[in-house]
Design a protein around this ligand. Structure first.
Ligand SMILES: NC(=O)c1ccc[n+]([C@@H]2O[C@H](COP(=O)([O-])OP(=O)(O)OC[C@H]3O[C@@H](n4cnc5c(N)ncnc54)[C@H](OP(=O)(O)O)[C@@H]3O)[C@@H](O)[C@H]2O)c1
Length: 252
């Protein structure tokens, strides 16, 4: 149950992460809401002021050293040790191997791969330390937002897709490393979601509108947030570790 749990959500200033933070706070969780945009985080906190849970905002750039450790420390200082860590923050990059802008590759890899790897390591270390102390008496959850293009090669979007392929490998490996202590590491791979993602990355919005017309209605951030909520609400012995969700009419 989310009720009473202490959760960290990255990317909470927009889209899926924002919806996850809202879903958890409305279900009674205490949430550290992380992202770079402090104004957006503040608006989220205002919106959730009357929710049964609580929220504290943690503005910062996830590519900075010590970011994940800082979020875990914020949770601990505010309420106690976190038991849920949702890794939603990420960015897109339009284009193919030949067509994408090489000047943006490093930034993409630093955010979508290296920063997430640091978060997985920090979260895994913290949750196994807690579990060693209490015998794994409760489930602890790390939930990572991947993408369908991290499972199925997209010729149109391979550079972004390769960062999500890497997450698939890391999540499954960490799951095997920590599962004996009832730490669940979950990958959720959404198809097209309507959020700030496409515009922030500079995708061609006319192309995106055509996609929406062809295979919409697209997923909403709330669709993904409900899935995250369902995963962490399973009893301790049940782990839905790898979930792909797409708009019903999305073919590939
Ligand atoms: N939208 C889709 O169609 C789709 C499909 C499959 C998977 N996904 C994945 O879903 C996740 C969430 O995307 P979304 O759709 O919610 O997009 P979004 O609305 O653009 O949200 C992205 C979030 O990531 C945060 N972020 C980006 N770079 C950051 C950095 N360096 N440091 C800290 N935070 C950073 C942003 O925070 P600030 O704005 O505050 O910087 C924002 O909160 C991403 O991992 C994305 O790859 C999206």
């Amino acid at each position: 149950m989310a009720d009473g749990r202490i959760a960290i959500v990255t990317g909470a200033s927009s889209g899926i992460g924002r919806a996850v933070a809202g879903h958890l706070a409305r279900a009674g969780a205490r949430v550290v809401a992380a992202g770079r945009n402090a104004d957006q985080l503040g608006r989220l906190a205002d919106e959730l002021a009357a929710a049964p849970g609580e929220i504290v905002t943690a503005p910062g750039d996830m590519t900075e050293p010590g970011y994940a450790e800082g979020l875990l420390a914020t949770a601990e200082r505010t309420w106690g040790p976190a038991t849920v860590f949702v890794l939603s923050a990420g960015k897109g990059l339009p284009g193919t191997v030949l067509g994408s802008d090489p000047a943006r590759w490093r930034e993409l890899v630093e955010a979508n791969y290296l920063a997430v790897l640091h978060q997985l390591r920090a979260g895994g270390a913290e949750f196994t330390r807690q579990a060693a102390a209490d015998g794994g008496g409760q489930a602890r959850d790390i939930v990572v937002i991947g993408s369908t293009v991290g499972r199925q090669v997209s010729a149109a979007n391979p550079v972004y897709g390769s960062t999500k392929f890497a997450l698939h490998s890391l999540v499954e490996a960490l799951r095997q490393e920590v599962c004996a202590l009832n730490v669940r590491v979950t990958l959720i791979e959404p198809g097209f979601v309507r959020s700030g993602f496409q515009e922030a990355a500079g995708y061609d919005m006319a192309w995106f509108d055509r996609i929406a017309e062809e295979c919409g209605p697209l997923l909403t951030p709330d669709d993904v947030a409900e899935t995250v909520g369902f995963v962490i609400d399973r009893p301790r012995h049940v782990h839905l570790d790898d979930i792909r969700l797409r708009p019903t009419r999305q073919r590939a």
